[in-house]
Design a protein around this ligand. Structure first.
Ligand SMILES: Cc1ncc(COP(=O)(O)O)c(C=O)c1O
Length: 445
């Protein structure tokens, strides 16, 4: 079904279709918490998606939303992009899957993408961002012969045990001790992870001076969730890791192909040893990648199996032909001249408009963000580290964001948001009206 179901404009009209209420009942029986993953919305704003097109989607009750979650940032091209649809349909006709053996779209993707990424002497495709960070960590351990990994407080690197530490602790850490985010992580794993505050080179220097000899890698998001790096921070991390023989893993799962074809490496002028990818490149299909130095990546050469230093890196679905065909279409679209300046300018307009509405309503919000990501917090200044976010009123934040969903703007409470290349001035105008309604409703409570 492609045609919009509703004619009443964006926002929820309060009437739930019997189709949607039946779907909630089925979901609540079959799925833990009635959810597909870690995110669930409040009862009165939850919905079941019917279909999407460009920057919008519709639920099975016919409500229309402007999407700023965008598949957790994967749908930079918007929903149901014709080039991606066509590439996937054509490849599906030639075969869906051949195990992680060489196939035409995957080889072509490797050829096209490697020259775009500054650190990429070699690339290995994976099936998700988590898959990418997990394998990058193993490669770093294999290469250095060291076990410990340092990450930054508040950074998200996926779902595996090495990633689910100090991602969203309730209290700031006693650095460098890591705090588990979930039950089920062995204490032995927790002890292998060290944590540092983002944007603080002195803290990193001091941890590396003490523990550098046992640390295999520093893994870092160039823009940590909603926090931009201070000038010189990424260069400092590069310099300190090199000095201690520590592999620098730049987690570009969010920034890759969003801040230009060369991602954050170009945008911030930093070249790590390894970089990890996911989200945008697959156009919504499961494609990720680890890219980096040949001497580190070549540990995963199958010809080295059985030899000391061989690192196992594999997956049934990796180099997936459908995903790689979609990725080639994504690259074609992203290579159109002027595309990035256009989406950056649209994001500037979005931030300016949201700021204007917030100020008019006396909301006390700071509106910020770099390029195609935008945020606001109940604070006076953008955050510099995770502790700054902890000090904001996240309950009020979630209440305002829930009101935005009611008004037809899909944002995830207490999460980051994105803009796609398909958002237009009309979408922004409707966004500002809806945000104004959300602010007024929020103040009225
Ligand atoms: C920076 C970063 N790394 C890794 C991941 C994990 O990616 P995935 O959800 O595809 O496993 C995410 C997901 O949001 C991410 O934002």
């Amino acid at each position: 079904m492609n045609a919009p179901l509703s004619t009443h404009g964006i926002g929820r009209n309060g009437n739930m279709s019997t189709v949607e209420s039946d779907q909630f009942v089925m979901a609540s029986h079959a799925l833990p918490g009635g959810a597909l993953g870690g995110n669930a919305l409040a009862q009165d704003v939850r919905f079941v998606v019917s279909h999407g097109k460009g920057p919008r989607f519709w639920d099975t009750s016919g409500n229309e939303y402007i999407d700023y979650v965008l598949g957790s940032g994967a749908m930079f091209l918007g929903h149901a992009h014709p080039a991606v649809q066509q590439a996937v349909a054509e490849q599906a006709g030639r075969g869906t899957h051949f195990f992680a053996y060489l196939n035409q779209p995957a080889v072509e993707l490797a050829r096209r993408v490697t020259p775009l990424l500054r650190c990429a002497e070699r690339i290995r495709f994976t099936t998700s961002g988590s898959d990418s960070t997990f394998h990058a960590i193993r490669l770093a351990r294999g290469f250095t012969g060291r076990d410990k990994i340092l990450k930054f407080e508040g950074a998200y690197h996926g779902t595996h045990d090495y990633a689910q530490l100090s991602t969203s602790p309730k209290r700031s850490s006693n650095f460098p001790v890591a705090q588990p985010d979930t039950a089920g992580i062995p204490a032995a794993v927790q002890e292998l992870m060290l944590v540092a505050p983002f944007n603080d080179l002195d803290a990193l220097r001091s941890i590396l001076d003490t523990h550098g000899h046992e640390i295999a890698a520093v893994i870092i998001e160039p823009i940590q969730r909603i926090i931009s790096p201070l000038p010189g921070f990424l260069a400092g991390v590069r310099e300190l890791t090199a000095r201690h023989g520590v592999v620098m893993i730049l987690d570009e799962v969010v920034t890759g192909f969003r801040y230009g074809l060369g991602g954050a490496q170009d945008y911030f002028d930093v070249v790590p040893d390894l970089a990890t990818y996911g989200k945008i490149i697959g156009g919504g299909l499961p494609v990720g990648a680890v890219a980096g130095r040949a001497d580190i990546m070549d540990q995963a050469d199958p010809a080295r199996k059985g030899q000391p230093g061989y690192v196992y890196q594999n997956g049934t679905l990796q180099g997936h032909p459908l995903g790689c065909a979609a990725a080639l279409a994504v690259l074609d679209v992203l290579s159109e001249p002027g595309l990035y300046p256009r989406v950056f300018a649209m994001a500037d307009k979005l931030r300016a408009g949201i700021r204007e509405v917030a100020e008019r309503n006396g909301m006390g919000l700071v509106v910020f963000g770099d390029g195609p990501m935008w945020h606001f917090l109940f604070a006076e200044a953008p955050p510099v580290n995770y502790g700054d976010i902890l000090r904001t009123d996240m309950k009020r934040q979630a209440a305002l964001e829930t009101e935005m969903i009611r008004q037809g703007l899909f944002v995830l409470p207490n999460n980051r948001r994105f803009i796609s290349i398909t958002h237009t001035d009309d979408d922004l105008a409707q966004t500002f009206e809806a945000f104004d309604r959300a602010c007024r409703a929020f103040k009225a409570v």
